[in-house]
Ligand binder design. Structure first.
Ligand code: SF4
Length: 438
């Protein structure tokens, strides 16, 4: 009982953005150049070799920014004012917008090129993807030139090739300049072959920065068109879940001060919103919790679809053709674009974003239906009480390349359970999100 009482006190989410969407986040295909060869690299092979040159022209960037600004206004007067769904009069609100510039090593660009991107697509928050680099000074200068923008770096970290100590130095150096950021790790077959023992992986690849309180993102590898939909690096769901559960145990055993996203965020969401805090002692004692998962409940399809739609609408991707796609904030933060075999929602050259998503029979609504139908029809999901949770994470689309018809599913529950066993660890993560502000 003590533990349960502790959770109620410890899970103070005041001013923390963990598990809360209040940002209109737009990913932009701005640069793909990179000299590295990370296993499971997803950047477009053509643009990867177009080094030192941004993909978008100034005119394209201006046009994108015009469309995003008008959509941001539309969100404030429409999404924020609805009476149902995730956003609305009585729900969460979109309070700001951000750009995430992807997917290549933006530190290869000159300060002038970065400045052009940053100033044309001005936003309160900007995230740049980068390889591990010592060139932090460039981003520092960028932040001095644009004092109204907070900068973040997504560091693509390949533990097979990159030094964890370089990641540590980079993050600490960034913090000196008020730039936040975190490493992202793609889970590939090659990574698992190199580090079959999750404990060895944690000790070698995470522990060197395990005392500096940083987020670390784990992403699932997905085959892409640019690599001929090659499945060689794809990890079987059961293997991935088992390995990640081992990683979680080791992180907790070593009391590392890192915030594993998104999976440990999900642990908080299920404890709080799904009231699993009432079962915490069973979770800690490794009791069988199938009754929580496989519990036939009323599934309010309309309500879930409305919430999922809102979440999709606040997370979009615009590519170099100015085609618009959904960007799913789930394992791996996939942009659901042409490269991963998804249809564009429309093109923003001639139409505004709000026109594209409001059209009758639009692609977004079609995708929403597919996502929900996947969950309703899937033998594992149909009777599961986490369908609404998995719907908002676009789980239905994960199955495009691999079915989770083995022991585990894309809900990653055994991994979530490990993190749920340590509420203090989760509270540290919740507090860490307070610094992020978006
Ligand atoms: S994918 Fe989600 S909804 Fe389906 S069985 Fe797993 S936890 Fe339940």
């Amino acid at each position: 009982m003590n533990c349960i009482k502790k959770v109620f006190i410890m899970f103070n989410r005041n001013k923390s953005t963990l598990g809360i969407m209040d940002d209109l986040q737009i990913a932009i295909h701005s640069y793909d150049g990179c000299s590295k060869g990370c296993s499971g690299c997803l950047v477009d092979t053509h643009f990867k070799n177009e080094r030192f040159k941004p993909i978008l022209t100034s005119d394209q960037m201006q046009h994108i920014h015009m469309r995003v600004l008008e959509y941001y206004e539309w969100c404030k007067t429409n999404l924020n004012m609805k009476s149902d769904g995730y956003f609305g009069k009585n729900g969460f609100k979109i309070n700001h917008f951000s750009y995430t510039f992807r997917f290549g090593n933006h530190s290869e660009l000159s300060l002038e090129q970065l400045q052009e991107i940053s100033s044309i697509m001005a936003a309160p928050y900007q995230v740049f993807s980068t390889a591990p680099t010592e060139e932090i000074e460039k981003f520092h200068q960028l932040s001095l030139n644009n004092i109204n923008t907070s900068y973040f770096l997504e560091i693509i970290y390949d533990p097979i090739h990159d030094s964890a100590y370089l990641i540590r130095d980079m993050i600490l150096k960034m913090r000196n300049f008020n730039i936040l950021g975190y490493p992202e790790i793609l889970i590939t077959q090659r990574l698992l072959n190199e580090f079959p023992d999750p404990n060895v992986f944690v000790e070698k690849c995470l522990m060197p920065f395990g005392d500096i309180e940083t987020q670390v993102q784990f992403g699932r590898y997905t085959p892409s068109k640019t690599r001929n939909f090659n499945k060689k690096q794809m990890v079987m769901v059961d293997d991935e879940v088992t390995w990640l559960a081992g990683v979680a145990q080791s992180i907790l055993k070593h009391k590392l001060k890192i915030h594993p996203i998104p999976i440990a965020e999900y642990a908080v969401t299920l404890l709080d919103e799904y009231e699993e805090k009432n079962h915490l002692s069973d979770i800690i004692e490794n009791k069988n919790l199938d009754h929580l998962q496989y519990k036939e409940t009323d599934f309010p399809i309309k309500e879930v679809m409305s919430k999922t739609k809102d979440i999709f609408l606040s997370s979009l991707y615009i590519d170099h053709h100015l085609d618009l796609y959904i960007w799913s904030e789930s394992m791996g933060q996939h942009v659901l674009d042409h490269n991963f075999g998804f249809e564009k929602l429309g093109n923003i050259l001639l139409f505004s974003i709000s026109e594209i998503i409001s059209n009758k029979n639009n692609i977004l609504d079609k995708m929403l239906k597919q996502n929900i139908q996947q969950l309703i029809k899937n033998p594992k999901c149909s009777g599961c009480s986490y369908k609404s949770f998995c719907s908002s994470h676009a789980i239905g689309f994960f199955r495009k390349f691999q079915e989770d018809d083995g022991k585990y599913c894309y809900g990653y529950l055994p991994v979530i359970r490990e993190f749920q066993k340590d509420p203090e660890f989760l509270q540290m993560m919740i507090d860490g999100f307070k610094q992020l502000k978006f």
